[in-house]
Design a protein around this ligand. Structure first.
Ligand code: DGY
Length: 429
């Protein structure tokens, strides 16, 4: 157990060490580039002691936006042999090298928070300059990732969700043809314990999906309507719904009244559309395969993002609260990435059990908004206790608190500074 001021310093030191000048890498060894949602969370950490640097993190990220509004999940500002797959494998052929898939759109929510807590006019000007870029990205989601127009998000690669190895993807990914995958050498397992990482079979499938995208020239319309992996992801859908609410607040504050009307309609549509993800038997919101129509039926940490999106009705709220009760009685640390009663639950393997500080932040924010203050505080305190006990790992074992994945992780440090390391709740989006 380390005291708070020491941890505050250590968190700032991690952000400093991972700062590459205008952008921050998640972890210098395992993830040596700029990752999309990592940077959004990292901005909240910087905002606790250097607000200008917080804005810069987001501005750098958006400087790699494609002309059609697309925001990649990785920006390769420089090459690094320590990571696979690098820019050549993605082959997006853009002036600024990026991957060809996206990631959960938390940026608008972070920008709204920065705007609301702005300390001078120049911060508001920076928000105003970012607004059209955020709006273009959200329009891109509507145009390319919601083929049925229900306000949902189709994910075309497990890496898009950020929850790379969730058991929710096992069945849909099993249908992906891996017979033509080019030979490759993984780098992640040379930095990290293989028992914590996705398997070789998972990687073959990830690579087959990347090859599909590259072979069709990153035609996003085609990928989302004909591609081999198309799953309506509960986390991206809930995060986008919340981000649209935050974008609406920005549109109103910045005088974009036409956009505001459009966003209101988009939000109302999504509020109805998410019912497609409710699984009555599981008593939870679950991801659903667009190709087969099948729900995963799994309770994951993402299921609780319904509160963050502001969509659970009374019955759903009750069902989700009883899952929290059951899981919370079973485990020392909330919120595990997979239900501990599920057969695939694994306390240390990527997204099959470990706890992520960033997901906890979103879940806790939603719980607080929904009036479930005790649960919001339990999730926040558990996150703080994990960091105090173990350090700034990528993720943590929900039973022992052991660190999993990479150490000295930027977004865990940021979540400590912005939220988990505070003596009491508040100060969240
Ligand atoms: C990886 O390479 O493990 C990343 O999570 C992809 O975003």
């Amino acid at each position: 157990m380390t005291d708070r001021p020491t941890l505050d310093r250590a968190a700032r030191d991690i952000l400093k060490a991972n700062d590459r000048g205008g952008y921050t890498v998640p972890n210098g060894h395992v993830y040596p580039f700029q990752w999309n949602w990592d940077s959004a969370f990292v901005a909240l950490g910087f905002a606790t002691y250097n607000r200008s640097r917080a804005w810069e993190e987001i501005e750098t990220l958006f400087s790699a936006q494609w002309d059609d509004g697309f925001m990649a999940h990785i920006v390769f500002w420089q090459d690094d042999e320590g990571y696979f797959p690098g820019p050549k494998v993605w082959g997006t052929n853009k002036k600024i090298a990026t991957s060809g898939i996206t990631q959960p759109p938390v940026a608008a929510s972070v920008v709204r928070w920065l705007y609301d807590s702005a300390t001078c006019d120049s911060e508001k000007e920076r928000a105003a300059a970012l607004y059209p870029k955020l709006a273009a990205w959200h329009d891109w989601f509507e145009k390319y990732r919601d083929p049925d127009g229900k306000g949902l998000v189709v994910s075309v690669h497990p890496w898009e969700s950020g929850r790379d190895n969730s058991a929710e993807w096992d069945e849909p990914a099993a249908a992906v043809d891996i017979s033509n995958v080019d030979p490759y050498v993984r780098r992640d397992t040379s930095h990290l314990d293989a028992s914590m990482r996705p398997t070789k079979l998972d990687y073959d499938r990830y690579l087959a999906m990347v090859q599909y995208g590259r072979d069709c020239g990153w035609d996003h319309k085609k990928i989302a309507t004909e591609g081999p992996f198309r799953v309506v992801d509960v986390s991206m859908t809930m995060i986008l719904l919340r981000a649209n609410r935050d974008l609406l607040a920005l549109a109103e504050a910045l005088g974009h009244s036409e956009d505001a009307e459009k966003l209101k309609a988009r939000i109302a549509n999504a509020e109805k559309g998410v019912s497609w993800l409710w699984n009555e038997d599981a008593g939870a919101f679950c991801s659903r395969d667009m190709i087969t129509g099948k729900s995963s039926g799994m309770v994951t940490s993402a299921s609780f993002l319904a509160f963050y999106a502001g969509v659970a009705n009374d019955v759903q709220r009750q069902a989700l609260a009883s899952h929290l009760e059951r899981i919370g009685n079973k485990l020392t640390y909330m919120v595990p990435s997979l239900d501990p009663d599920h057969e695939e639950f694994d306390t240390i393997r990527y997204w099959r059990g470990p706890v992520w500080a960033v997901v906890n932040f979103l879940v806790s924010t939603g719980l607080a908004d929904a009036g479930l203050a005790d649960w919001a505080e339990r999730v926040r305190k558990d996150t703080g206790a994990l960091i105090e006990k173990t350090g700034f790992y990528e993720a943590f074992c929900p039973t022992t608190g052991r660190g999993t994945g990479g150490d000295d992780f930027s977004w865990t440090a940021a979540m400590w500074l912005h939220w988990a390391g505070k003596s009491k709740a508040g100060n969240v989006t």
